[in-house]
Design a protein around this ligand. Sequence first.
Ligand code: FAD
Length: 466
Amino acid sequence: MNTNKNIVILGAGISGLTVAYLLKKEGFNVTVLEKNKKAGGTIETIVENGFLFDKGPNSSLETYPIIKTLIDELKLKDELVYANPIGNKRYILKKGKLLHLPMSPRAFLSTSLFSVKAKLRLLKEPFIGKGKSEESIAEFVKRRIGTEFLDYAISPFVSGVYAGDPAKLSVKFAFPKLYELEQKHRSLILGTIKTIRERKKRKEKSKQNAKMFSFKNGMHTLPNRIAEVLGNSLLSSSEIINIEKKLDGYNILFTQNNEQKEINADTVISTLPAYVLSNLIKNIDEETAKHLNDVFYPSVLVLFLGYKKESVKRKLDGFGFLIPQKEKKSFLGVIWNSSLFPKRTEDDNVCFTLFIGGALNKNLSLRTKEDCITKTIKEFSEIMNIKEEPFFTSTKFWEKAIPQYNIGYEKVDKAIKHFESNNPGFFLGGNYRRGIALGDCLHSAEIICEEVKKYFNLAVTNHSVT
Ligand SMILES: Cc1cc2nc3c(=O)[nH]c(=O)nc-3n(C[C@H](O)[C@H](O)[C@H](O)COP(=O)(O)OP(=O)(O)OC[C@H]3O[C@@H](n4cnc5c(N)ncnc54)[C@H](O)[C@@H]3O)c2cc1C
């Protein structure tokens, strides 16, 4: 393998860190440029007032084999914590009440979350044909399994994952596995049964069956450890301000502690948010820059609440709850952190993470933040029957939180592929491509690592032929 090439990775969120780690392990010379002082991007853990809380992702699912491999190689096994099995229990708010989301056929038959009519409607599903054009997840679900499942199962789930708008998210790109089920098997029900068998063979786990994990000291354990391993290869406080294409590679201009610097790269791997990369590649490919800028990132406000245990009378026997849009509340859902993972707070306290905003709440901004918090705490207390005020609160406002794979993403996808083929040695990754979950980001890093290896092998082969 050609290891004397200079690979520059843009951004040290989990995508950039992982691809850097994998390439370094293969013997490549990598440099990672990160704007912030600390690596991790969206992953941010805080310890304050006896509470440990994550401002970005709270947990991850063990979906791809790379996750376990990485944890083993980074010697993080002792730091790992799996979610309490009660976390499999999820609640949905319906008419002010928290109802279990059924996870087994038996629970499904007895739940009052869906009407008998909606349940019987499922029998038709295997006989419904394929959709015609690029559909939203809302259109897809309505067509296949009906409106009630959209309102009280899929829409809240879409809020929980993307903070997204089901009428806009593309089923093909935002939920590729669901889309594939219809394409390959014509039916979600029959397809699910077949896929479970196939997955077992590939040793992959579905998101429903994969184990949920975090770390004793919170999610930042993973990026912190990778950053440690990367050592001097990671340049923090380094904001990229321009990228220029050269005959023999790329030139990257960045500022480090107010000083302007540059670095030459044989290969560039971007894991920057789409709107950031868009600005940096305008002079290389204006069309792709435009498409990247079209990727919508709604704002999300994360609200962390700490209470004395005795203030919360309700049994905290689950992951938390999600709120269907129909229920018209000012927040999207809540995680019951202290039930999910150990030592998130002292034994006589409990804590919660609430999510506000998203694609359906365009009014959220830094200016309206305080009003939203007051309203949310009031609604949350009513649902949970809590009479006291929280004695600890903390917030994080993500102005551009999560990329939306909305209808029209096909054009973005084509533009990315077109850009990569026109600019050899320039690879695009990050959570606006191949999925937003941490597991997806790690898997995408693995794919990029293989593509880079292939690219250099090809360059060596071409060179030896000429
Ligand atoms: C509130 C919230 C909750 C979430 N919860 C979960 C969850 O529970 N489970 C889950 O699996 N996923 C969750 N996600 C999604 C997941 O956290 C992200 O998709 C993932 O962390 C993105 O990683 P990334 O490296 O692709 O991007 P980022 O983390 O955005 O990293 C991009 C990096 O680029 C850097 N950068 C930007 N501009 C420049 C520049 N000009 N120069 C240099 N560097 C620059 C940034 O500082 C950042 O470090 C959540 C996301 C949010 C916002």
